[in-house]
Design a protein around this ligand. Structure first.
Ligand code: SF4
Length: 429
């Protein structure tokens, strides 16, 4: 391992938060000084990344590390478990196939300078970047261990910044020398020679259905995005940089988590039809907030609200968490108080000891056995073996159509009800 856990980005404008600060320039100053919001899921991601890099650098099988631990600040010793080892296999196979190619230059868990693209002193750590000078290509691979939000490689700011860092630190000089050697007349410098360098960005997100993928573009495009990133980064330094609330940028913003962002609060309350300015007066007279009936909104208003449904729910969750924290500290939470909640279900203090006693008393009835699900079997034996062995044993139900933003990559279903009518008519014939 070339780097340690200090590599976890704490920069104000690191690659992992670029999707936020590029959209909301004010978020950089608004998050300044707020505590780190990374939770246990991010800590497990750190463990996953650490052992993935170890396996790659040492050429080892992740199964050999199952049960080992890694100390993650704030969270203590976390275990590298079987699921992590299994989830790593496919990505490792991809990376090893690339590593076996002759003459390629590899950057594994490598810190890269981003001064040129984000500002002085900025850095980022690539999981894996390959520079293949002979074949004029760069491949950048990024693990995502999160299961909640599927991440696409297309125009992915974080991955693009890793390519740009690799370009500044290594690739630009290497490709320049290669081109100079191939075309000594120097004619190539007139054209946009970077367009001839293929860039492939791969995101491997094993736990999120629909997450990850492969995106191929060229270095000319990446450099033009780099120019825009630099402009955005410079704008974040403006003390009057504007707020731009939105679902993706606010989702993991510390200012949202700690409810210090009025712009987001106003945005959400406007969406919900609440008169933010009158909330205190309404509270004083115990008035119910006025929420318009569903029939009073136009189709466009309805879409605007539904497209931001998660943001509204997250805002309410964050408000609740902040009120709860205040109440725990004994601070005044007007109109609310902490009371004893429902106790969690009772549990055995020591399951192993309880199992011995219960088995003696109840025999086989001491435990409830449950079949593992088709998804769990597929995870254990892989898609191909699963299909061969259990394909005929699976009961599949038709997926119910869902409403998604019209930017979603799936093709729109048309006339769903007509299709349904057809089925009913067919059945009647
Ligand atoms: S909560 Fe949203 S609007 Fe406020 S600073 Fe963060 S990203 Fe910007």
């Amino acid at each position: 391992m070339s780097d340690d856990l200090d590599d976890i980005e704490h920069s104000e404008r690191g690659p992992s938060t670029a999707h936020r600060w590029r959209k909301c320039k004010a978020s950089v100053r608004k998050c300044r000084g707020l505590p780190d919001t990374a939770g246990i899921d991010a800590a497990h991601g750190t463990v996953f990344h650490y052992f993935a890099a170890l396996c790659l650098e040492m050429g080892l099988d992740p199964q050999g590390f199952v049960g080992d631990t890694l100390f993650v600040p704030k969270f203590g010793d976390l275990v590298f478990d079987q699921a992590m080892a299994d989830n790593m296999q496919y990505g490792l196979a991809i990376l090893r196939a690339y590593m076996d190619e002759p003459g390629v230059f590899l950057l594994i868990e490598k810190k890269l300078h981003l001064d040129e693209w984000v500002g002085p002193g900025e850095m980022g750590t690539t999981d894996f970047t390959l520079i293949d000078v002979k074949n004029l290509r760069i491949i950048s691979f990024d693990w995502k261990y999160g299961a909640g939000v599927p991440v696409s490689p297309i125009e992915n700011d974080q991955a693009i910044l890793y390519v740009l860092g690799a370009w500044s630190d290594y690739a630009r000089r290497m490709f320049w020398e290669e081109m100079s050697e191939r075309h000594p007349d120097g004619h190539w410098k007139i054209a946009s020679w970077e367009d001839d360098i293929e860039v492939t960005i791969i995101i491997e997100q094993p736990r999120a259905g629909g997450g990850g993928g492969v995106w191929t573009t060229n270095m000319g495009h990446i450099l033009s995005v780099g120019d825009q990133i630099l402009e955005d980064a410079e704008e974040t330094e403006d003390p009057n940089a504007e707020f731009n609330p939105g679902p993706s940028q606010c989702k993991f913003c510390a200012a949202a988590k700690f409810n210090t962002c009025e712009a987001r609060a106003r945005f959400v309350s406007d969406l919900a039809g609440l008169d933010f300015d009158n909330l205190e007066d309404d509270f004083g007279v115990c008035a119910e907030p006025e929420i318009p009936p569903a029939t009073a909104v136009s189709p466009k208003q309805r879409s605007q609200i539904l497209l931001h449904k998660d943001m509204i729910i997250k805002f309410l969750d964050d408000l609740h968490a902040s009120a709860y924290r205040d109440a725990e500290k004994g601070n005044d939470v007007p109109g609310m108080k902490l009371v004893a909640g429902r106790a969690p279900a009772r549990a055995w203090k020591d399951e192993q000891k309880a199992r011995i006693v219960l088995t003696k008393k109840f025999g086989d009835d001491a435990e409830v056995r449950k079949l593992i699900s088709p998804s769990q079997v597929e995870e254990k034996i892989g898609k191909k073996a699963f299909k061969e062995l259990f394909g005929k044993a699976i009961k599949e139900s038709a997926a119910k159509p869902i409403l998604v933003p019209d930017t979603h990559k799936k093709e729109a279903l048309r006339n769903v009800l007509d299709d349904f009518d057809d089925i009913e008519t067919d059945n009647m014939i």
